[in-house]
Design a protein around this ligand. Structure first.
Ligand SMILES: Nc1nc2c(c(=O)[nH]1)N[C@H]1C(S)=C(S)[C@@H](COP(=O)(O)OP(=O)(O)OC[C@H]3O[C@@H](n4cnc5c(=O)[nH]c(N)nc54)[C@H](O)[C@@H]3O)O[C@H]1N2
Ligand SMILES: Nc1nc2c(c(=O)[nH]1)N[C@H]1C(S)=C(S)[C@@H](COP(=O)(O)OP(=O)(O)OC[C@H]3O[C@@H](n4cnc5c(=O)[nH]c(N)nc54)[C@H](O)[C@@H]3O)O[C@H]1N2
Ligand SMILES: [Mo]
Length: 689
């Protein structure tokens, strides 16, 4: 029997975007592993994606369309065929459009896959054509994006191997050991060669444990720390004035702002000793190249946008943008910018009637959005009941008898349980897609390795079926998967030099292709140009000033800020990335659930003793939004006043049918409508005192 090797790409929400190989024998995938030739993947996969065939061939895969037969959430279903499913959905939609207008239909999707076709194109075309409510996809990185565009103009970052040139690496609110593990070997190698590694994180993470210095900062106070570092750097004349003069706007205004953040004041805010702040500032200003590497976790606070702005300003103060091994590594997302019109054909469609922030889903379903109310929800690539904030309110919304909910999924997730119609989705091994990364500068084509299991269909196929049944005849709603990808790639290449010479044929041939970077593009911003309105780093941001926002970074505590020492028994709950799941994806896979352990919360011994909580107790974590039950783990991994419980556990697989998101806030941050999961104040008590 012959074995075929099919090149693919990990589709999950992670900066590493690994290249994979599937071995297929007789139509069945028999092995799945890393492509040894990919310069970032380097021949190994993370703990969660290694056993991927368990996910693909899971006995829990949804294989047929289902129609609800019991009450919402009751779990009684009847198998139906695709014709009936599509007819049921589109007839209901036509009736809703006739009565309320298409704005009453809300697509809800996020990062189940990050593919160009199955996510980016599917997120746009059908919904644009229909005139459905747009979804403001602000759950993950909206504040950082707004801050980056205002300050630097584009998300340009180096590849991980640039870290080998760094002498100082500050991992700021970032836990790559779990959240982007392929950066770790480069960080380790740099450290062995003498680079000094600092981790700034309230939690002692796996990444923090191997750092040279771990600063357990008070949550949501990083903006003050960054401004305090600037204060010291300016006061001691360690700033790079010629660079600031040549490449920035507003450095003197920023210096005046930083003057307000003397080390004593910043020490009170951050909980770090003043001397530590001074030493960090000196080290940062005098060790070159110095890189700040961050990700998305740090911005999930009410002040996340201003915090990110402050971080982005730091490298400019010491002239580190454009230096190999220096600057700030956040995201490479702007290099392979796709042609927006080719993606969504928006110019041929009515403008979206309105936009609904995904972080407000519960509120939107239960009265915040009217005229028209949301009458149908179409969920794909997302599991909002497990992953979106203020889940109690989402559950209340999903129970609405008059809400018509369709969920397209691989598994019967927390959200799918509340659907009227469930549609089975293909896995990455069963469909075509093209992936850019946000952690490096390679494109990878994902070739389908096996036929769809059961009657599963890809997002793009479902979009095509829905468009046909709705009577939409535009050819761009009916292209083949390959035509759709080729169309966007060709249109984007026409005006994006980073895609020069990258054709579909070349991707088919080579699997992974490095973006076309001229020698001067290798190091981000090395040419001294920043695509902001001024062409410079906007320390004083004209973009933000025009929106009536503070043009300079500042620190303001979140509303749910827990002051030290403890006020009224409140604790700040950080719910960051689990090691063995990606958000709630894979959190139903038995082998990975065993490794991650049951849903638990880390609590400092001091806070535990004050509440008579013993290690292993079941505790109730609660606030005005809701509550959930977790197992207490007493640990100094978290400082006094901070507790930590991973995101991602399924509510339906948790002892009390809820997860941490029953407590998390749906308040929006200061920039971009960003989620504020970690600005979350909770009370904790033992379930049986
Ligand atoms: N294994 C795994 N990998 C993932 C994911 C996953 O769920 N699991 N999720 C993916 C997704 S969707 C994303 S967006 C990225 C996120 O990637 P990261 O940002 O690296 O991950 P997070 O765990 O969300 O947050 C990083 C760290 O921020 C810390 N933090 C929280 N609040 C503060 C603060 O106020 N100050 C400071 N200094 N630190 C703070 C948390 O303790 C956490 O350790 O990871 C991706 N990769
Ligand atoms: N408490 C807390 N919650 C958080 C965060 C936090 O820091 N704290 N972080 C947030 C962040 S950063 C993010 S990005 C969000 C992510 O939130 P979501 O985007 O909702 O991600 P998941 O929960 O992983 O759900 C994705 C679903 O898509 C499905 N899926 C995968 N591939 C496909 C496909 O091809 N087609 C279809 N139709 N479905 C598919 C998967 O099976 C999975 O159930 O979570 C957020 N939730
Ligand atoms: Mo995310």
């Amino acid at each position: 029997m012959t074995t075929t090797l099919i090149r693919g790409c990990c589709p999950h929400d992670c900066p590493d975007t690994c290249a994979t190989i599937t071995e297929v024998r007789d139509g069945r995938a028999v092995a799945f592993y890393a492509n040894p030739e990919h310069p970032i993947t380097q021949g190994w996969l993370c703990a969660k994606v290694r056993p991927y065939l368990e996910r693909v061939y899971s006995p829990d895969r949804l294989l047929y369309p289902l129609r609800r037969t019991g009450t919402k959430g009751s779990g009684s279903w009847k198998r139906i065929d695709w014709d009936e499913a599509i007819a049921t959905i589109t007839e209901r939609w036509k009736a809703i459009i006739a009565e309320y207008g298409a704005a009453a239909i809300l697509p809800y999707s996020y990062s189940g896959t990050l593919g160009l076709l199955q996510t980016t194109i599917v997120d746009a075309r059908l919904w644009n054509r229909m005139g459905a409510s747009a979804l403001d996809r602000a759950i993950c990185c909206a504040a950082a994006h707004a801050a980056v565009y205002a300050t630097l103009g584009a998300r340009y970052s180096p590849d991980y191997d640039d870290l080998l040139h760094s002498r100082l690496i500050i991992l700021w609110g970032h836990n790559p050991a779990s959240s982007g593990p392929h950066a770790m070997p480069f960080i380790r190698q740099a450290q062995r060669a003498g680079a000094y590694v600092v981790v700034i994180d309230p939690r002692r993470t796996a990444t923090a444990r191997s750092a040279d210095l771990h600063l357990q900062i008070n949550p949501a106070t990083d903006g003050a720390l960054a401004l305090g570092m600037m204060h010291v750097i300016f006061a001691e004349h360690l700033h790079d004035e010629p660079w600031l003069e040549a490449h920035t706007v507003g450095w003197r205004e920023l210096r005046a702002r930083a003057a307000e953040y003397d080390p004593e004041r910043v020490a009170t805010i951050t909980g770090l000793p003043a001397q530590t702040i001074i030493e960090l500032a000196r080290r940062y200003a005098t060790t070159k190249p110095a890189i700040i590497k961050t990700a998305d976790g740090i911005q999930r606070h009410q002040n996340g946008g201003q915090t990110f702005r402050a971080l982005l300003c730091l490298p400019a103060i010491v002239g580190q943008y454009g230096v190999r091994g220096g600057g700030l590594a956040y995201s490479t997302g702007s290099y392979a910018a796709w042609d927006r019109e080719a993606i969504g054909h928006a110019s041929e469609c009515p403008p979206p009637p309105r936009s609904i922030n995904m972080n407000r889903l519960g509120a939107a379903l239960t009265g915040e959005v009217t005229d028209p109310p949301i009458m149908s929800l179409f969920v794909y690539c997302a599991n909002p009941l497990a992953s979106s904030p203020n889940a109690r309110l989402i559950e209340q919304g999903l129970r609405r008898e008059d809400l018509f909910t369709v969920v397209h999924e691989l598994f019967m997730t927390d959200t799918a349980r509340y659907a009227d119609i469930v549609l089975p989705a293909t896995s990455q091994l069963e469909h075509l897609d093209l992936h850019r990364a946000y952690g490096h500068r390679y494109l990878t084509l994902n070739q389908p390795a096996i036929a769809p299991l059961g009657e599963a269909k890809s997002n793009w196929e479902v979009s095509r079926l829905l468009a046909r049944a709705m009577g939409y005849t535009e050819p761009w709603l009916h292209e083949s998967a390959e035509e759709a990808i080729r169309g966007v790639l060709d249109a984007s290449r026409a005006h994006n030099p980073f895609l020069a010479d990258i054709t579909f044929e070349r991707l088919q041939r080579e699997g992974t292709v490095r973006l076309t970077l001229s020698p001067e593009d290798e190091v981000p911003f090395a040419n001294g140009h920043f695509p902001t309105p001024s062409g410079k780093v906007e320390l004083w941001s004209a973009t933000l000033a025009a929106q009536g926002l503070d043009p300079l970074p500042h620190y303001e505590p979140p509303t749910e800020y827990v002051a030290h020492p403890l006020a009224d028994g409140w604790l700040t709950l950080i719910s960051a990335a689990p090691h063995h799941f990606v958000s709630s994806s894979m959190a139903n896979q038995p082998s990975l659930r065993r490794k991650e352990g049951e849903p638990h919360i880390e609590i400092n011994p001091v806070d535990a003793a004050a509440r008579n909580i013993r290690d292993g107790d079941t505790v109730i974590v609660s606030n005005e939004r809701g509550q959930c039950c977790l197992r207490a783990v007493i640990s100094t991994n978290v400082p006094v006043g901070v507790v930590a419980a991973a995101k991602g556990h399924w509510a339906s697989l948790s002892p009390d049918g809820r997860n941490v998101n029953w407590t998390t806030p749906d308040a929006l941050a200061d920039l971009g409508g960003q989620s504020t999961f970690h600005s979350n104040r909770v009370q904790i008590r033992a379930a049986k005192p």
